[in-house]
Design a protein around this ligand. Structure first.
Ligand SMILES: C[S@@+](CC[C@H](N)C(=O)[O-])C[C@H]1O[C@@H](n2cnc3c(N)ncnc32)[C@H](O)[C@@H]1O
Length: 261
């Protein structure tokens, strides 16, 4: 029923607008109340929280960010790195800074997102970082070899395969040699939600993408078999690991670690 309605909206050219309306309605939830956060930083408004977390729930916004920090620290530790020792890091698809705010005591923190309102909020409220906007497709506003760490949490989950390829090349460009890339993706934990045809594609090593014409929104959903990440998508990187459901701040998503050599 839901898919039929979405297909009808797609045929009418109304899919993107209808999805934005759905997000606005979610932001009206009573869970969207504002209150100061323990980290002393302002909490973004509900409509921005919905776009990064899928819910206006302020407590989950903060707790999910804390868990994401934990999973990033643990991944770095497994590969002999620590966030305090990095020269510079980039949160690609930072949204309104749910995870970026966790690095408020560090130097060299950068964020980039295609959502201008979210980036404006970060610039105004997270003064420790440098925030830039980018388009749906590359480039980024940063020079080559700028970062020791780039992470993209629940971003490649919302892009077409073509966009994923060009963004992986761009993220590789801005990483320094030896730098790490952390990516989260929908993997085997999501298999039950796929149709038989999608499941066949996934099992055959293909990335499944739904609602490609609204790429960059949370309605567009990509599902990644490990072999696609280790193979064509990971070209130019050394693929270090995929941890099933390892993205604890983006529950049930897999966490992959790649290195630019
Ligand atoms: C589900 S949210 C996750 C936000 C954040 N990474 C987190 O985990 O809290 C997806 C984010 O990716 C951003 N995004 C999607 N496509 C993008 C693109 N091509 N370039 C930059 N940001 C993008 C969206 O604007 C949104 O902020």
């Amino acid at each position: 029923m839901k898919s039929r309605l979405l297909r009808l909206l797609q045929q009418l050219g109304l899919l993107g607008g209808a999805y934005r309306t759905y997000e606005r309605l979610q932001a009206l939830s009573p869970l969207g109340r504002e209150a100061a956060a323990d980290d002393g930083l302002p909490v973004p408004p509900a409509r921005l929280r919905v776009r990064v977390a899928g819910t206006a729930d302020r407590d989950w916004f903060l707790e999910g960010g804390r868990r994401a920090e934990e999973s990033i620290r643990a991944a770095l530790a497994r590969h002999g790195a620590a966030v305090e020792e990095l020269g510079a890091l980039l949160d690609f698809g930072c949204g309104c800074g749910r995870v970026t705010r966790r690095w408020c005591r560090l130097d060299g923190v950068h964020g980039s997102d295609m959502n201008e309102e979210a980036v404006a909020w970060c610039r105004a409220n997270l003064p420790f970082g440098r925030f830039e906007t980018n388009g749906l497709a590359p480039p980024l506003a940063f020079a080559g070899d700028s970062f020791d760490l780039v992470y993209a949490l629940s971003v490649f989950t919302h892009l077409t395969v073509d966009l994923q390829h060009v963004w992986l090349r761009e993220l590789r460009r801005v990483l320094r040699p030896g730098g790490l890339l952390l990516l989260t993706t929908h993997g085997r934990a999501y298999l039950d939600g796929l149709s038989p045809e999608e499941r066949e594609m996934f099992d055959g090593g293909e990335v499944v993408v739904r609602w490609e014409d609204v790429a960059g929104t949370n309605l567009c959903s990509a599902y990644h078999p490990e072999s696609a990440l280790r193979g064509p998508l990971g070209a130019g990187f050394t693929f270090l690991e995929l941890v099933p459901e390892g993205a604890t701040g983006n529950p049930h998503q897999d966490l992959s670690v790649l290195r630019k050599d």
